[in-house]
Design a protein around this ligand. Structure first.
Ligand code: PLP
Length: 369
């Protein structure tokens, strides 16, 4: 007798498709028999600068206490975040990456057969957490690749428990403006939880950019999710956080594991918040890199989606999977996004200038134009 364990899993889990991460450098190096140093990875929206020196020093110092459990309440980090945003520590929930926050929010508020609203082309984790809970997917058609917040507000019913909004969105880089977000929050009933995922907010360029923190006072149903993985350069350590009303933070803190953020991660995140120079440099390198990629795509005659993130989705004018694979053979890792209903696009993360240049050159060779 063979037991089919997948059939024993909950109905939601049986239908799960695992998240597809960017291909790791070492994996491609093994496959191609290449030196990892010869490979350019622009596939996971990582910070190309390397980590902040202050974060590295804090990790070294914290390593002396590896035998101890971390501070389960993250006192220091919460104090710093509270000071930075003018909130109280009680409004903060720390997460093992902001992915953890997204999952905590869903686990806390969504049951089987409830509805979760999110946008077409939105971050893959929203459908995954929805599916895992056996909840109903309400995927709202995008407008010009971005979230149609009007339609998303209209899609809310009395079965809706949670709405995910990525702003800026990954993998499209699209942004809903401040007044649009404001109107959306005003329309969604207070009994529906809104998760505003601002993983890329530090990269936004322009006047009067939307900032979830400003909406917290008027919207006790709002969870603003942020991360140290992108502009703050700590993706390996897995630290994110939620900003919300005290009431919502209390619920999220009941669901999370007691030591969900480890001691090295807490130390590094606290330290990097004192490294404003690192953040400024990250933003500047990104701004220039976005321009470089856009100009390069223009030269190749490719259209792209204007991005407020640290990546650009480019339309290669044909099924992109073959182009992705050809780029791998050139030692360049980017991200195919067919699973986001974007079969002709590739998502290219911003790298250092020479990395962007190598990617554009390889793309030119592969496309033969
Ligand atoms: C990268 C990303 C996150 C954060 O990931 P963590 O590393 O878990 O903090 C969250 N939301 C979106 C839209 C992202 O692209």
């Amino acid at each position: 007798m063979h037991t089919n364990y997948r059939a024993l899993a909950t109905p939601g889990v049986q239908g799960l498709q695992p998240y597809q991460p960017g291909k790791p450098i070492d994996e491609l190096a093994r496959e191609l028999g290449l030196d990892p140093a010869a490979i350019v990875k622009l596939a996971s929206n990582e910070n190309p600068l390397g980590p902040s020196k202050k974060a590295l020093a804090a990790v070294s110092a914290a390593a002396a206490d590896l035998c101890r459990y971390p501070d389960g309440n993250g006192f220091n980090l919460k104090q710093k975040l509270a000071g930075r945003y003018g909130l109280s520590s009680g409004q903060i929930t720390l997460g093992n990456g902001s992915n953890d926050i997204l999952e905590l929010a869903a686990r806390a508020f969504v049951s089987c057969d409830d509805e979760v609203v999110y946008s077409q082309h939105a971050f893959a984790v929203y459908p995954i957490v929805t599916q895992a809970l056996g909840a109903r997917h309400v995927k709202v058609k995008a407008r010009d690749w971005g979230h149609d917040l009007e339609a998303m507000a209209e899609a809310v019913t009395d079965r809706t428990r949670l709405v995910f909004v990525a702003n800026p969105n990954n993998p499209t880089g699209t942004l809903a403006g401040k007044s649009e977000v404001k109107r959306f929050l005003q329309r969604v009933p207070e009994t529906v939880i809104v998760v505003l995922d601002e993983a890329y907010c530090e990269y936004m360029v322009g006047d009067d950019m939307p900032n979830g923190v400003e909406f917290l006072a008027d919207h006790p149903n709002l969870i603003v999710a942020r991360t140290f993985s992108k502009a703050w350069g700590l993706a390996a350590l897995r630290v994110g956080y939620a900003l919300s009303s005290v009431e919502l933070a209390d619920v999220l803190n009941r669901v999370r594991q007691p030591f969900n953020v480890d001691a090295l991660a807490l130390a590094a995140a606290s330290a990097v918040l004192d490294d404003e120079h690192y953040l400024e440099l990250s933003r500047e390198v990104n701004r220039l890199g976005i321009q470089q990629l856009e100009a390069g795509f223009d030269e190749l005659g490719l259209s792209w989606i204007p991005s407020q993130g640290n990546f650009v989705a480019v339309d290669v004018g044909r099924p992109a999977l073959a182009i992705y694979e050809a780029l791998l053979r050139e030692g360049i890792i980017v991200r195919p996004v067919a699973a986001y209903e974007m079969p002709d696009h590739l998502r290219v993360s911003v790298g250092l200038e020479h990395e962007n240049a190598r990617c554009l050159l390889a793309l030119k060779r592969v496309l033969g134009n």
